[in-house]
Design a protein around this ligand. Structure first.
Ligand SMILES: [Zn+2]
Length: 272
């Protein structure tokens, strides 16, 4: 058997797949970070990748965990972060998305995923993807029980260039069709001097992604913030960036219309 083919760890051996930051259930905002970590459970080794590859953007969103933890601290809010690399299984894809486990990432073959079968995908979904999603759903349910609906922020980072083309945006706001949170935050970021991507570098309408499934579907005001990795490459830079972002988020989050449930026709084609 090719040693690069993953072997499922025995039940119960999985490390806790979720980092939970405690915060006030009445904070009015919840942060989560799908691509926080580049860690792999011991049984998977390195998935056949080099340390350099595992330290790169293909394994996680560089700087995103620092920003998420810092923002949670500023707002005294709960936060949930994945503790496993998206190369194991991507928490920000729908349960049946064909890119849930990447065989190839940014031109790199992932040997440990190359010949993965349906049983192994199901194993990873059950032991990593699902507990992460369930932790977000449970925290949102608790916050709803404790008061008015929270606004929800998903934190990601992106590479400064893609396929040899530089990306001009310092920060991107990704959203589907609920303008309550995205529009005022984009305006605040532009006013503060940021080069802002409105649904750039990616479109925020992605059926089954974490925001769609756990937030938009419930009628909560949410958005995804993408930050260019060269702005947050060190812990100090990430903290400074989070402070600036926090100052801009605070007045937007104070708006009462972000704290009621409202439903907007999704651009994903989802009807519920
Ligand atoms: Zn990401």
């Amino acid at each position: 058997m090719d040693p690069a083919v993953p072997i499922s760890p025995p039940p119960g051996a999985a490390e806790d797949p979720v980092e939970r930051i405690e915060g006030s259930l009445e904070a009015g905002v919840l942060f989560f970070c799908d691509h926080a970590a580049n860690a792999l459970p011991q049984a998977y080794g390195t998935l056949g990748l080099t340390k350099k590859q595992l330290d790169s953007h293909i394994a996680y969103d560089i700087g995103a965990a620092w920003i998420t933890r810092h923002l949670a601290g500023i707002f005294g809010a709960p936060a949930l972060l994945s503790r496993f690399s998206r190369l194991l299984i991507d928490p920000n894809r729908g349960a049946d998305d064909p890119t849930l486990v990447m065989r190839l990432s940014d031109g790199h073959i992932v040997p440990g995923n190359a010949r993965i079968d349906a049983d192994e995908i199901e194993y990873r979904r059950t032991h990593y993807w699902q507990p992460y999603r369930a932790a977000i759903a449970a925290t949102i349910a608790e916050m709803l029980n404790h008061g008015s609906p929270p606004a929800v922020v998903s934190i990601h980072t992106f590479t400064p260039s893609w396929k040899m083309r530089p990306r001009p945006w310092e920060v991107g706001i990704l959203w589907d069709s609920d303008p309550r949170f995205a529009k005022p935050l984009i305006a605040a970021l532009v006013k503060d001097g940021f080069c802002v991507g409105d649904n750039e570098p990616y479109d925020g309408a992605l059926r089954g992604d974490t925001l769609d499934e756990e937030v938009t579907r419930l009628g909560l005001a949410g958005l995804l913030i993408e930050i260019r990795q060269d702005r947050v490459g060190t812990k100090e830079e990430a903290a400074a960036f989070a402070e600036r972002l926090g100052r801009l988020l605070r007045p937007v989050l104070a708006c009462p219309e972000l704290h009621c449930r409202a439903f907007f026709p999704s651009r994903t084609g989802r009807h519920v």
